[in-house]
Design a protein around this ligand. Structure first.
Ligand SMILES: [Fe+2]
Length: 250
C-alpha cells in the first residue's frame, strides 16, 4: 500500500549513504517513465496543488520538466540563483543525525533510482520522482526553504533527545510529507508524500477526510499511523505560517 511506504520515505531520509548521480546510465525506458510520471501528475495537480508549489515548478521549469530526467548538477546551478539549496545524492542507510545536518546546510537528500513502468503506483521505498518532484520544488520558496533549514538545525541540535526527535518526526509527517494548505477555503496540497503520488493526491479529493487547522504543538503530540491510508491532515494558511510556527514550539 502506498501510504505505508511513506513512513519509509521519512526514515530513508533519516538514513542514507552518499553516492553520485550517474546521469548517462539512465536508459531510454527510464526517461520514458519519468515523462509518464511527470506528465500524469502535473496534469493531476493543476487544480489540487497549492499555488506556491506550482509557482516553484514554474521557476524551475528549464531544469525540472517532463522531457528528460532531472540532472542534479543543473538543478544545483539553478538553485544557486534562488535559495541556495543543493541535492545530496544518497543511497542506503546513514544516521538520522546526518539527515538533520544536511538540511541545516541546505542540502536535500535524494535517491537516483527511478521506479519501473510496471510499478508506477507502488513503491517499496521512495525513488527519485518522490524525492525530486515531491520535495524539491518548494525549496525555491523562501519561507519553505527557511522552514526546512531551521527544522534541520533544530533536529541536529537536539539529536540526542529521543522524545524531541520523535516530535520532529510527527511534524515532518504532517507537514513536509502530508501537509495541506488552505487556499481561500479550498484544500490544496503541498506535502511531498501526496504531491508525488497520483493515488494519494486523488485520495485527498475523492474521500471523506478530516482536516484540522494547523497547530504545531498539537501536531507534535499526534502520533501517525503508517500501516493505514492517511485519514486526517493538518492545513496551513501559508508557508510563512509554517516557518514562523517553529518559534511557537513548547
Ligand atoms: Fe519524502
Amino acid at each position: 500500500m502506498e501510504t505505508s511506504n511513506c513512513s519509509r520515505r521519512f526514515y530513508k531520509h533519516l538514513a542514507m549513504k552518499t553516492k553520485s548521480q550517474a546521469y548517462q546510465k539512465y536508459t531510454k525506458q527510464d526517461h520514458e517513465v519519468w515523462k509518464l510520471l511527470f506528465d500524469r501528475q502535473i496534469k493531476n495537480l493543476s487544480d489540487k496543488a497549492c499555488n506556491e508549489y506550482l509557482e516553484c515548478m514554474n521557476i524551475l521549469k528549464d531544469v525540472l520538466h517532463a522531457n528528460s530526467i532531472v540532472d542534479f548538477k543543473k538543478l544545483d546551478n539553478k538553485f544557486k540563483t534562488i535559495t541556495g539549496w543543493s541535492i545530496k545524492v544518497v543511497d542506503g542507510l546513514i544516521p538520522r543525525d546526518e539527515f538533520f545536518e544536511l538540511l541545516s546546510q541546505k542540502q536535500f537528500p535524494s535517491s537516483t533510482w527511478l521506479r519501473k513502468k510496471t510499478q508506477l503506483d507502488y513503491l517499496e521505498e521512495p525513488d527519485m520522482f518522490h524525492d525530486i518532484f515531491g520535495h524539491v520544488p518548494q525549496l525555491a520558496n523562501k519561507d519553505y526553504s527557511n522552514f526546512m533549514k531551521k527544522f534541520g538545525e533544530m533536529g541536529y541540535k537536539n539529536r540526542h533527545d529521543e522524545q524531541y526527535v520523535i516530535r520532529l518526526q510527527r511534524l515532518y509527517w504532517y507537514t513536509i510529507e502530508f501537509g495541506l494548505l488552505n487556499d481561500m477555503g479550498k484544500h490544496k496540497i503541498y506535502g511531498a508524500g501526496i504531491i508525488s503520488s497520483f493515488k494519494e493526491t486523488n485520495h485527498v479529493f475523492d474521500k471523506d477526510i478530516i482536516v484540522k487547522p494547523y497547530d504545531i504543538n498539537q501536531i507534535m503530540d499526534t502520533d501517525f499511523i503508517i500501516s493505514t491510508i492517511q485519514s486526517h491532515y493538518f492545513e496551513i494558511e501559508s508557508y510563512k505560517q509554517l516557518y514562523e510556527s517553529l518559534a511557537e514550539i513548547q
